[in-house]
Design a binder for this molecule. Sequence first.
Ligand code: AHR
Length: 515
Amino acid sequence: MKRILFLSALCISMSASAQKTSTVTIHETQGKNVIPKEIYGQFAEHLGTCIYGGLWVGPESSIPNTNGYRNDVLGALKDLRVPVLRWPGGCFADTYHWRDGIGPRENRPTMMNSNWGDTKEDNSFGTHEFLNLCEMIGCEPYVSMNVGSGTVQETAEWVEYMTAENGPMAELRKKNGRQNPWKVKYIGVGNESWGCGGNMRPEYYSDLYRRYATYCHNWSGNRLYKVGSGASDYDYNWTEVLMKNVGTQMNGLSLHYYTCIGWNGSKGAATKFNADNYYWALGKCLGVEEVLKKHIEIMDKYDPQKRVDLLVDEWGTWWDEEPGTHPGHLFQQNTLRDAFVASLSLDVFHRYTDRVKMTNIAQIVNVLQSMILTKDNKMVLTPTYYVFKMYNVHMDATYLPTEVNAEERQVMNERGGERTFKMLDATASRSADGTINVSLSNVDLDNSNTVTVNFEQPLGKNATAQIITSKRIDDHNTFEHPNVVKMEEFKDFKVKGNTLTVKMPAKSIITVSVK
Ligand code: AHR
C-alpha cells in the first residue's frame, strides 16, 4: 500500500513539473515584411484615471511633474519607446468637442463623461496637452474625431487647428500659445460607429465616412492618414460593406478585439482565476488570428493591392473592475496571464504585417490591460509593460517566418466550439544591424520546456537574453510590492552552429538576441 501511495505521489509530482521538449524552425533567409513599429501602439482615453491622475496631474500638483505630466510615467513611457498614441477615445471621442479643451484651463467648460462612470470632465487635458505629450515621448499622435455627436465643420476645423500654418484656426492656436502646427498623421473618422459611436448601420456610416473624410484637409504639407471605424470581433458584414462602399478612400480600417470571459455579466476576475480560466483566456486571445484572417480575406477581395491597412486599434484583456474602484473606470490588475495575452497577441500580429500595420493595446495607464498603474504619487509597471519592453527589439525589424513544433492543448471557445493551441509560441525578427531576435512563450503552467531553435545558417557568437516569469500565474505588481513580476537577465541558453537551445521554465516568456 505504501509503495502504491509513493508511486502515485511520484506520478503527480512528475506530471506537475515534467521536462518537455519542442522545436522551432526559423527561416531567416526568407524574411521580407517589416514589423512596423506601430504594431506596438498605445491608446489613452478620457476614462477613469488614464488621463487624469495617470498621465496628467496638472502643473500645480505635489506629484513630481513636468508642465503637468507625471515625471515617473513620462520616464517609463520614454523607456518603452511608444511609437503611436491614440486619443481621446474610444467611446469618449464621439462625445468630445475639441473647443472645450483649448485656451486658459480655468476658462474651459466642464462636461459629464457619460460613457465612463458619469464622471465630471474639466477639459484641463485637451489638444495642446495631448499633442505636446506626444512630442515629449517622441510618438506619433492618432486623433479620433467625433462623428457620433459632432459636426463635419467641427472636425474640419480641428484638423486645421492642429496642422495649418496660417488662417483663422492657426491664429486661434497661436493665441493659445502654440506657434507652429503639430505634425498629425493618423486621424480616426469615428470610433465603434456601430455602437457607442452612433449605433449606425454600416451603409449609413460608409456615407458619413466619405463626407467627414472629404473635409479633413492636408494643411501646410501635413499628410493625413484616415482611418475608418471598423468592426469588432466577428462582425464581418461591417468590413464587407465598408470595403465595398468606401474602399480605398480610407488609408486604414480598424478592428477591435478584446480578451474576456464574456460580455454578459462577469468578464472574469483579473487576479482570481484557475488553470482552466487561464488556458481558456489564452484560447480567446489566440482567436484573434482567425478573426484577422477572415477580415483580411474580405479586404483582399476588394483591395487585392493592399492599399487599405487593417489597424487593430483596440485590443487586450478586459476583466472585471477591481473591487472597491469607481464603477465604469475599468481599473484592473495585470498578472503574468496578461503578459501571455500580450506576447501571444503580438506574435500573431507579427504574422500579418502585410495587411496589419498598427495595433493599439487598451489602454496605456490605469485602464484595462495597461502598461502602468498609478495611485496618488505611486507608480507600478505591469507584467504587460515588461512584455512590450522585451518585445521592442522587434519594432521595425524584418519578420522571419517561424514554425513551431510543440504539444497542443484544446479548450472550448465562447461559441461552444473548440480551439487548439500550442503550449509554446514563437516569433522572430532581424533588426537593421543584423541582430536576430527570437521571442518564446512557454504557456505551460507546470512544465519546463527545452526548446531547440534551428536556423538555416550559423549564428553569431554574441547572445543575450531576458526572461519574464514568476512563481504563480496570478502574480502581479502592487503599490506595496511593485517588483513581483519583472524582466530579468536569463542565461540558461546555448548557441552552437545553426542551433539555439533554450531551457525555458514553466510559464515563462524569453527573448534571445544573437548577433
Ligand atoms: O477601451 C474601452 C472601450 O472599449 C472604448 O472606449 C471603446 O471603443 C471600446 O468599446
